[in-house]
Write a protein that binds this ligand. Structure first.
Ligand code: PLP
Length: 395
């Protein structure tokens, strides 16, 4: 975390465009942040200390929760080396990835199913559990793919209102299941998107272990590797304990920075995997993606670095939001959710005018904005833009 940086440097962040010895405050800060995160790794960083100067064709993209760093150098090389072989299907490599993931989650290989990103995981799992009279139960504010695919299958969609600050109402979800006669698919995103907040597994443990009839729980943990909250626990523990009512979805798109290579996977019981397997494209996963994922999965140096950079970027964002008095939720991922003082569309336009792309409208949280955490240099840029807009009384 940035806490190792000395106070005087941290104070610099409050000045916007002062020049010291020919270097702007942003340059100095970006260098300091880069040096700080560089300490933990041996490979060279992709220019974290570069001052960001976006334009219309090259904006700062903080709208899709992508990982701004680029993938691990080892993963990148593996993808490059795979290109000449990509006329083939990844038949030899997919089992290797399967094996590595089984080891990672302490399950057997038949409990892992590779998917083209976790989007395919969401779609295939919902397809596999659709029965007559199935409902999808979700919090009113969550990642949209569950609802999107459920609509395609004509499922009843039950949205449970959230508590204060968009906290997920576990008791409300449970009641929605209990009140329903048919089959329920409960789709839970932890940490949640767009809120970036987590709920404790202890809040839901007794419900899951009571094995409610006609119910399957899908846990989407796309962002779990970014979490700092020490009480956070993955739902994979239920799978290793032998629970049959859990499907866990994971992705290489976020901490591994491989969104464009489309690799994800599912962890569940062997029987559930066999069922879901019927609904995925099977052996036809992206060849370069599989090779990159194999190189990335145990690249602990890169993973530590990827998380640390986000921690630093989050601190920059927290600081400016506090300074401007904009309420935000405690972020446990590579994005933040904060209240906006003007209409969201106008806020997005103001940002766009400064070449920053921020998150879309997440109804019903219409006066909140989701901002992905880019590199520290990108966050310094956006922090200054926000201060400038405040000085002009525009936000
Ligand atoms: C919670 C959540 N699940 C799943 C996805 C889909 O990601 P992918 O298909 O790239 O793995 C996203 C993408 O942003 C997400 O936020």
């Amino acid at each position: 975390m940035m806490s190792n940086l000395n106070i005087s440097r941290r104070k610099l962040i409050t000045f916007s465009s002062v020049a010291i010895a020919g270097l702007s405050v942003n340059q100095l800060l970006a260098k300091a942040y880069a040096q700080e995160v560089q300490k933990s790794i041996s490979f060279s960083l992709p220019m974290l200390d570069k001052v960001v100067t976006p334009d219309a064709t090259n904006p700062v993209r903080l709208n899709f929760n992508e990982n701004a760093l680029g993938m691990s150098p080892r993963a990148k090389q593996a993808a490059i080396d795979a290109i000449p072989k990509a006329n083939r299907y990844a038949k030899a490599e997919m089992p290797l990835l399967n094996k590595a993931l089984a080891k990672h989650h302490q399950v057997v290989e038949s409990q892992i199913l590779l998917t083209a990103g976790s989007s395919e995981g969401i779609r295939s799992t919902i397809s596999a559990f659709v029965k007559p009279d199935t409902q999808l139960v979700i919090p009113e504010l969550t990642y949209g793919d569950g609802e999107h695919f459920a609509k395609i299958f004509n499922l009843k969609i039950t949205k449970v209102p959230c508590l204060t600050d968009w906290k997920i109402d576990i008791a409300g979800l449970k009641k929605a299941v209990e009140d329903y006669q048919g089959f329920s698919i409960v789709y839970l995103v932890n940490p949640n998107n767009p809120t970036s907040t987590v709920f404790g597994i202890n809040e839901i443990e007794s419900w899951i272990s009571s094995k409610p009839r006609n119910t399957i729980f899908i846990f989407d943990e796309a962002y779990a590797e970014f979490v700092n909250d020490p009480t956070f626990e993955s739902a994979d523990k239920f799978i290793t304990q032998g629970y049959e009512n859990i499907v866990l979805l994971k992705t290489f798109s976020k901490i591994h920075a491989m969104a464009g290579l489309r690799v994800g996977y599912i962890v569940s019981t062997e029987a559930n995997i066999k069922n879901i397997e019927q609904y995925v494209a099977g052996e036809k996963l992206n060849y370069c993606g599989v090779c990159a994922a194999l190189a990335s999965i145990n690249d602990t140096q890169y993973l530590t670095y990827s998380k640390k950079v986000v921690d630093v970027s989050r601190e920059i964002m927290e600081k400016v939001l506090s300074e401007l008095g904009l309420h935000y939720l405690k972020s446990e991922t590579n994005f933040m959710f904060h209240k906006v003082p003007i209409k969201l569309n106008d806020y997005r336009e103001l940002m766009k005018h400064k070449f920053i792309l921020v998150g879309r409208d997440f109804s019903p949280a219409t006066n909140w904005c989701r901002i992905s955490l880019g590199t520290p240099s990108e966050m310094l840029y956006i922090a200054n833009v926000m201060r400038e807009l405040r000085e002009k009384a525009m936000i």
